[in-house]
Design a protein around this ligand. Structure first.
Ligand code: DCP
Length: 221
């Protein structure tokens, strides 16, 4: 006779790494490459090639035409990361479904680049997903930067699709991250937040990253 025991799935300790474009999220994840942490990078390469279509590029070329298409696909890829099982006790994700909704989609709406009817459909999906699936987190690491610093880093990195991204756009995204994660004036935070000064150069950042290790690896206060 089969055991009538319901098995409750226990989520690994889940960390979302958040911050503006160019704030060092990938570098933060790489810092934990040799630890017992399941690292889930943002699937930018998928966004650049959906059956041959570069949705990231299309979104930057014409946000009012392709914003919904792109953010719908981002939302899908984020659900995939949120629900993916982890082989380790700690799971670390680059961004989350929450920053997509609270920063990027919000920006499109506020800038008049996404009509209300499109926003409502995306938001209905967001609400359904976050209430029916386990997209929860246990900690957010906020890599806090100034827009000027990330603007310079972005120019050096020179990702093709970001060629025309302006300081004004990065400033707007910065303010949305600040409202959500630092001032907490808008939207609820899905987990407690640690804020790191991510304006510093990479060697100094390593020191900042090390300060987070006990909290992430051993869940110590
Ligand atoms: N992007 C977007 N909408 C989202 C998520 C990302 O438009 N919901 C865009 C912004 C960037 C690109 O995708 O052009 C990747 O942005 P990220 O800030 O997520 O990743 P980076 O590679 O810039 O992060 P970092 O430099 O901090 O490692």
């Amino acid at each position: 006779m089969a055991d009538n025991i319901s098995v409750k799935k226990i989520r690994p300790f889940t960390v979302f790494v958040e911050g503006n474009i160019g704030s060092g999220k990938t570098t933060f994840l790489n810092h934990f490459a040799n630890a017992d942490v399941q690292l889930l990078s943002e699937p930018v390469e998928m966004w650049r090639n959906v059956e041959g279509h570069n949705l990231l590029g299309l979104m930057y070329e014409n946000p009012s035409r392709w914003g919904l298409t792109f953010q719908t696909y981002v939302q899908l890829t984020m659900v995939d990361l949120h629900t993916r099982p982890a082989a380790y006790p700690v799971k670390m994700m680059e961004r989350s479904i929450y920053s997509a909704r609270y920063c990027f989609v919000e920006n499109l709406v506020q800038e008049g680049l996404m009509p209300t009817c499109e926003y409502v459909v995306l938001d209905e999906w967001f609400k359904w997903i976050t209430s029916h699936l386990d997209t929860g987190g246990d900690l957010i690491v906020y890599l806090r930067t100034s827009p000027e610093v990330v603007f310079e880093r972005m120019k050096v990195r020179a990702r093709k699709e970001e060629t025309h991204v302006s300081l004004q756009y990065l400033t707007k995204l910065h303010e949305l991250h600040e409202d959500w994660l630092f001032n907490r004036t808008k939207f609820s935070c899905p987990a407690p937040v640690i804020t790191l000064d991510a304006n510093r150069d990479i060697n100094e950042m390593e020191e900042e990253f090390r300060k987070c290790e006990p909290k992430i690896l051993f869940q110590q206060q």
